[in-house]
Write a protein that binds this ligand. Structure first.
Ligand code: MN
Ligand code: MN
Length: 323
């Protein structure tokens, strides 16, 4: 049995990030991931109060969660398929639940909670296991695009992470997970996407092809008034290919876009899932790469939408988007 040190880094704008170490045993008798994460959520919300760059709190208030006692969300309406409103104990970006199995059980994993997104960084493979972010029109503005990636200052110096030079002349793009163009409300929001904890090596054909096309589609859907909850990350291969100082090159990149035209997630909620091969032959639009969330979960070992009613998950995770 290995002991996994779950460390939640809490970024408070303009101040040094608070580091809250919370070692968690991993094993059959270990507490469920949701419980361990819930125990850190109160501190997150209280430290974040007054600091967010975009004032969303009046729209989606934080939910108080007692440590060790995760309560089922109370349905707003009595209908059987009223769904559960996406609010989060940790961050608005992970409102549907953390893909929790990626945290517990991963050696040297770090959960980076930022105002702009949440990332689970894998210091062994030097890429995020997943990045999750909300997209609404409120995140979109006119801030200019950043020009260069830097190491993530939210990680302590002792934690291994990718360097910009790892990518130089590697043949791979520094592929944003949370896109630069999804964070243009303020310069600080945009700069937050240019850290290597938010990037994986992507072939240019993937990054500038189907991947970018779905990014643009997502912004279009946000512009139409939807709230999107997006998660993305790498698919690891059986044999590990690396660049630079050991930065994992994924065999594919996956993305799941939950399109909320109304607050609740129901069995009718549109969910777009894609897996794009990280090869030079990736081409065309994003629609040709659609699959199910179940397929993404199978290929990554994650449980996406983990806090959504299992009966609803069973429906929307098995359906391939056809719009
Ligand atoms: Mn990109
Ligand atoms: Mn799931």
């Amino acid at each position: 049995m290995r002991t996994f040190a779950l460390v939640v880094l809490l970024c408070a704008c303009g101040r040094a990030p608070a580091v809250v170490p919370a070692p968690q045993p991993v094993g059959p008798e270990a507490p469920a991931p949701a419980e361990s994460l819930a125990s850190t959520s109160t501190a997150f919300w209280s430290s974040r109060a007054g600091a967010p760059p975009v004032a969303f709190e009046e729209e989606v208030p934080p939910v108080e969660v007692d440590a060790g006692a995760v309560e089922e969300p109370q349905p707003a309406e009595p209908e059987p398929d009223a769904g559960s409103s996406p609010v989060s104990s940790l961050s608005r970006h992970t409102a549907l639940g953390l893909p929790s199995s990626s945290i517990v059980g991963q050696p040297d994993g770090w959960l980076l909670v930022k105002p702009q997104y949440v990332a689970a960084y894998d210091t062994v493979h030097k890429v995020p296991r997943w990045v999750a972010w909300e997209l609404t029109s409120a995140w979109l503005g006119t801030a200019p695009r950043g020009s260069s990636f830097r190491r993530d200052p939210q990680l302590p110096a002792s934690a291994a992470q990718a360097s910009d030079s790892d990518y130089t002349n590697s043949g791979y793009d520094r592929g944003h997970m949370c896109p630069s163009a999804d964070r243009t409300a303020t310069p600080a929001d945009n700069a937050a996407t240019f850290v290597l904890t938010n990037a994986v090596p992507q072939t240019h054909q993937n990054n500038a092809g189907p991947w970018e096309a779905l990014e643009e589609e997502s912004r279009t859907l946000a512009g139409l008034g939807n709230r999107l909850l997006i998660a993305a990350g790498p698919v690891y291969g059986a044999s590990h290919v690396t660049i630079g100082s050991g930065v994992e090159v994924p065999v594919a990149t996956w993305k799941v876009v939950v399109v909320l035209g109304e607050p609740a997630v129901t069995s009718a909620t549109r969910v777009i899932a894609v897996i794009v091969p990280n090869t030079t032959s990736a081409s065309g639009g994003w629609r040709g790469y659609r699959t199910t969330v179940d397929d993404v979960e199978l290929q990554t070992g994650l449980d996406l939408m983990s806090e959504v009613d299992p009966a609803v998950q069973a429906v929307i995770e098995a359906r391939v988007d056809a719009l």
